[in-house]
Design a protein around this ligand. Structure first.
Ligand code: FEO
Length: 391
């Protein structure tokens, strides 16, 4: 998927990053990531965000080509995180008459990142303030914590385009979009819960502002531009940011030292499948993508945690996974627990304590203890748990 003209007078000038190993130093991006940037041409010209410094040369080349000899008047900085702001100073130095416009909360962050005084070349926008480019009219709306405090989004009235900053972003380079056969929601959901997930209340505030606008196109800073069936995407963001389950189903997250806890977890999945048509998803959190496990934990209404006891505690990778859920304010779900232990099983107690500290978590009884290996008694107990999960 490639873009040239996004809307009347709006050109795509972003770049794909297929070389990056981990986005934000932690997220696996097998299909890369795009850093989207746009140029709005009118009597005045505005650049909508820059790109990661890793791709500054390619972006400057795209910008140069799109400008075709003209000089940009404004650089709209919606988000100062380096994946979008990394090339700001390169552009500001090349175009000394260009003025950067950011939110009031972004202004002190400029100095921290770039260690320069921009003086009159840095202006701030207030909530609802407009900027006329000619026919195109920009209007700025603050979107704090979606995903940093300084974020703002921009609505362009002529083309009815919402420049949504990280909102509606998705992992995956645009040139690899055809290879992503799971549809928009899969990688957009993994992106949302791991990156913006903690800030559901702020996303709700932004959705309320967006509901007052007539939006025909959404231009995010990552992933495809959205032009059709916008209610689908906005509806998913509404569900996700309310911490409501998107689907009925059971997500089983397990880790295992010698295969026995894994055997119990997969046996539980088999029993549920034999007894019902409830959707079951499983993840070996030590081997599969942990951030996809976070995504699935939020996606479904029920979750099972299966882990062995380790050093008088729970196996560390499970503790790490639960900590990811805590940070992202996991809530409003039913959770079952399967532990394993040979001489002093405590994993179940530890997992229960950690989950009960979260908001509106219901523990599904019974907690199943695998005594070292799966045996007839274990299967009987897993069957009881499966019945409780299916109910
Ligand atoms: Fe894509 Fe929060 O930066």
């Amino acid at each position: 998927m490639t873009y040239d003209i996004v809307a009347q007078g709006v050109k795509y000038i972003g770049v794909d990053d297929l070389d990056i190993d981990l986005f934000e130093g932690q997220y696996d991006v097998p299909l890369g990531i795009s850093y989207n940037s746009y140029l709005i041409e009118d009597e005045k010209i505005a650049i909508m965000d820059t790109v990661d410094l890793r791709k500054v040369d390619e972006w400057m080349s795209n910008l140069d080509k799109a400008l075709a000899g003209r000089t940009p008047d404004y650089l709209i900085v919606q988000h100062l995180e380096p994946d979008h702001a990394g090339s700001i100073m390169t552009a500001m130095e090349k175009y000394p008459s260009m003025v950067a416009i950011c939110s009031q909360r972004a202004e002190p962050m400029f100095k921290r990142f770039f260690d320069v005084e921009l003086g009159d070349r840095l202006k701030t926008a207030k909530e609802g303030e407009t900027l006329s480019l000619g026919e195109h009219q920009l209007q700025f709306f603050m979107a704090p914590m979606v995903h940093w405090p300084e974020v703002m989004v921009t609505y362009e009235h002529l083309t009815k385009t919402l420049f949504a900053a990280d909102g509606f972003g998705k992992f995956g380079a645009l040139s690899k979009e055809e290879e992503d056969d799971e549809g928009w929601a899969c990688e957009a959901r993994r992106y949302y819960f791991n990156i913006v997930g903690k800030y559901g209340a702020m996303v709700q505030q932004l959705l309320k502002k967006a509901a007052t606008l007539d939006i025909q196109t959404i231009c995010p800073l990552h992933g495809p531009i959205l032009t059709e069936d916008l209610g689908y995407y906005i509806g998913l963001y509404d569900t996700w940011s309310k911490y409501e389950p998107e689907n009925e189903g059971i997500f089983i997250a397990y880790c295992s030292m010698h295969g026995n806890t894994a055997q119990a977890a997969l046996k539980l999945a088999d029993i549920i499948r034999e007894k019902s048509d409830v959707k079951v998803s499983t993840s070996d959190i030590a081997r599969d993508d942990l951030h996809e496990a976070v995504e699935d934990a939020f996606r479904y209404d029920r979750m099972v945690l299966c882990a062995p006891t380790y050093d008088g505690d729970v196996m560390p990778i499970m503790e790490d996974f639960i900590n990811h859920l805590r940070i992202k304010t996991y809530r409003n779900r039913k959770v079952a627990i399967v532990e394993n232990g040979t001489w002093a099983p405590v994993a179940g107690k530890k997992m229960r304590q950690a989950m009960e500290a979260m908001e509106n978590i219901t523990i599904i009884e019974p907690i199943v203890t695998v005594e070292s290996v799966v045996k007839t008694k274990t299967i009987e107990e897993l069957t009881v748990l499966a019945d409780a999960l299916i109910k």
